[in-house]
Design a binder for this molecule. Structure first.
Ligand code: CMP
Length: 136
């Protein structure tokens, strides 16, 4: 049975700042993802707060929202069979120091905040996150 899915990926400010966006996009394409939509933008803090609303009670919420709005990001809609799960596997653990060899966060991540990429964690969240950035 075909399980074609879409997920939202963000190349975060630490990676865009180091000009890693082209390399990270290539990585996804080489793993069989189609980049259906993409844009380079900078969001303001109130938009970051909306995007990360699920984390609003967490102690790291304020820093997280400051960080995501601190510089340009690249947001993409990625498509592939089982895209949500595969993307999360390829990103690696949230904290780069726990991420496995060969994952994006292991290779490029600097810290738990500056972990280079975000990816939707479920199909439902992928739909919401895609709408958040790409609803016309
Ligand atoms: P991301 O996948 O974008 O989702 C929420 C982000 O919060 C996460 O990546 C991390 O960059 C950041 N974060 C900061 N501190 C923590 C923490 N203690 N646990 C989980 N995520 C954290």
């Amino acid at each position: 049975m075909s399980n074609l899915e879409q997920t939202l990926s963000i190349i975060k400010p630490d990676a865009v700042e180091r000009n890693l966006d082209a390399e990270i996009k290539e990585f996804f394409k080489n793993k069989g993802f189609l980049i259906l939509k993409e844009k380079k933008i900078q969001i303001d803090k109130s938009e970051a707060e909306k995007f990360y609303k699920v984390h609003e009670t967490k102690p790291f919420y304020n820093d997280l929202c400051n960080y995501l709005s601190s510089g340009p990001i690249v947001v993409m809609v990625l498509q592939k069979e089982n895209a949500v799960k595969v993307n999360r596997e390829l990103m690696g653990a949230t904290n780069p120091k726990d991420a496995e060899e060969g994952t994006i966060r292991k290779k490029y991540g600097i810290s738990i905040d500056k972990n280079s990429v975000h990816g939707s964690d479920s199909i439902d969240n992928a739909k919401m996150e895609i709408d958040f950035f790409f609803k016309d």
